[in-house]
Design a protein around this ligand. Sequence first.
Ligand code: SF4
Ligand code: SF4
Length: 277
Amino acid sequence: MRYGLVINTSQCIGCYDCFLTCQDEFCGNAYEGYSAAAPIEGHNWMRVLDVERGQYPLVKAHYTPKTCMHCEDAPCIAAAQDGAVYRRPDGIVVIDPVKAKGQKQLINSCPYRVIEWNETEQLAQKCNLCAHLLDKGEKEPRCVESCPTGAIVFGDLDNASSPIAQIVKSCKTETLKPELNLKENVLYIGLPKRFVAGTVVLKDKQECALDAQVELVDEKGTIKTTTNGFGDFEFEGLDANRPVTVKITVPGYKVESLNCTTFNDAHLGDIYLSPQA
Ligand code: SF4
Ligand code: SF4
């Protein structure tokens, strides 16, 4: 058994219900053998990272819920003394609220920075997937239960017939920091990549170009799209830091090519096409 989460960030609307229900469950509430009470303010065992992508005239908001990743190769376990952090047989990584007293070194052991310090309790604390509820027979942690869009799915990643395992099988998932390679059991779908967009205008008519053919070429190949009624095009999900060429073709007009590198999300502005001579 290996409990985990799949978080589909493209379904997250940034309502913060997951954050609030986590606070409701743990702030001021102790669960013997599982967790001491979290402080009323200051702890975020489930947080929602919000980023603004792009620039005028195309700006997007993106939300990424983030909690403990319940890593199989967990540095927090290695950093703990006296077995104060351990991985349960069901895969949940737990900080023992008694043994971990005074072990402030745990805070810096987590490369995801999800362990908080409780000054009153002198205790490191973090998400334990509501283990106290699961052990009483609840089906899922409270953040999962509260999410209005179903963006967070909980379950046994080792059970091939479970919904979460089916999602992992059928969708491309990734971890929040693949470079860490800690065998994280919180997986993501739809993490933001880069976009390149623009607006095509027919110079002689001063009109938006509808159905212009737009190609994006990089070392991986070519992606094609067409402009909409406002002359807009967009390529989403591109790799970061890649040089790309955008080529625009409209019959009767000169082909336009623009080069850029996907350091950031980019709107190329109004691109004017001149008629062929
Ligand atoms: S995310 Fe951090 S706190 Fe959670 S298991 Fe991994 S190393 Fe430990
Ligand atoms: S409850 Fe669901 S939709 Fe709301 S912020 Fe959390 S993950 Fe996103």
